[in-house]
Design a protein around this ligand. Structure first.
Ligand code: C5P
Length: 270
């Protein structure tokens, strides 16, 4: 039996830089793994099977866990304990796939390629931590760790990534790795947030907030509750707030009794 964690991710920053010939988009993002995680348990079996404690998650061939195991040509009886909400921009299904590749893939050198065939953020979720990414999200450069206490607002409304891309009105110029490191990123400071002069922004906020205006309100509520930074993760709908300390985050959580929230810390790997 092998038990592995599949951690969620947020995007500190997400810029969509253009459309590609293969139908995907080039992007420039800063990925971050966080403590919120699913758990996968792998038991030896001659057949491939999947069970999940969340009945809303399909356990058929559309599930990325099964697709990851099939891509490796492996069999196992897999149990998925789901805690990362689906459709929230937290990379839950992708992380489950990455965890499956790590658990069943051994030391295969083609894991990053298999990962990309399963989804654009699966290669990052093989390694985790804090990383700058371009291409579809698979051209990865590790970044210095960012230690942060987060409060995640998890709205009931879900966003389909395809819809978010379809509603984008313009593409952004890439800023380059250095713009997201240290002082250049100006992230996590109250003065940077107040002035809006920081690079930790998300191009999907404008089109998704236009569709779901309450998300803009949740972002403002996080800032009003003392967040030094707040932003949407991926194509939404999760809004993440960063706080100066776990205590400040916990005090802020009291203001969100009407919404589903999760506390999380950044982590340095997977
Ligand atoms: O790669 P993944 O399957 O996670 O992407 C989901 C959808 O998001 C794709 O079908 C595509 O429409 C869009 N996408 C994109 N460019 C990316 C990543 C995702 O256009 N870099």
């Amino acid at each position: 039996m092998i038990e592995v964690r599949a951690h969620a991710k947020i995007n500190w920053s997400l810029r969509i830089t253009g459309k590609r010939a293969d139908g995907y988009h080039n992007l420039e993002t800063v990925f971050q793994t966080i403590s919120l995680h699913d758990t996968l348990i792998f038991r030896e079996s001659d057949e491939l099977s999947l069970t999940c404690d969340d009945p809303s998650i399909p356990v058929d061939e559309s599930n990325l866990v099964l697709r990851a195991a099939r891509a490796l040509g492996k069999t196992a009886a897999i149990e998925l304990r789901k805690r990362i909400p689906a459709g929230g921009g937290l990379g839950g299904g992708s992380s489950d796939a990455a965890a499956t590749l790590r658990a069943l893939g051994g030391d295969r050198e083609d894991l990053p390629e298999i990962a990309l065939s399963l989804g654009s953020d699966v290669p990052f979720l093989l390694v985790g931590g804090t990383a700058y990414a371009t291409g579809r999200g698979e051209v990865l450069t590790p970044m210095p760790p960012i230690q942060a206490s987060l409060l995640l607002v998890l709205p009931a409304e879900r966003v389909m990534t395809k819809d978010a891309f379809a509603r984008l009105k313009h593409y952004s110029e890439p800023l380059g790795y250095d713009a997201f490191v240290g002082a250049a990123a100006l992230s996590g400071t109250a003065s940077a947030e107040a002035s809006g002069r920081h690079n930790f922004t998300n191009d999907f906020e404008e089109p998704v907030f236009a569709m779901l205006p309450q998300l803009r309100e949740y972002k403002q509520r996080l800032l009003d509750a003392g967040a030094t930074w707040a932003g949407m993760s991926g194509s939404g709908s999760t809004i993440a707030g960063r706080f100066e300390s776990a205590a400040a985050r916990d005090r802020a959580a009291a203001h969100f009794a009407d919404l589903r929230v999760e506390r999380a810390e950044t982590i340095t790997g997977v």
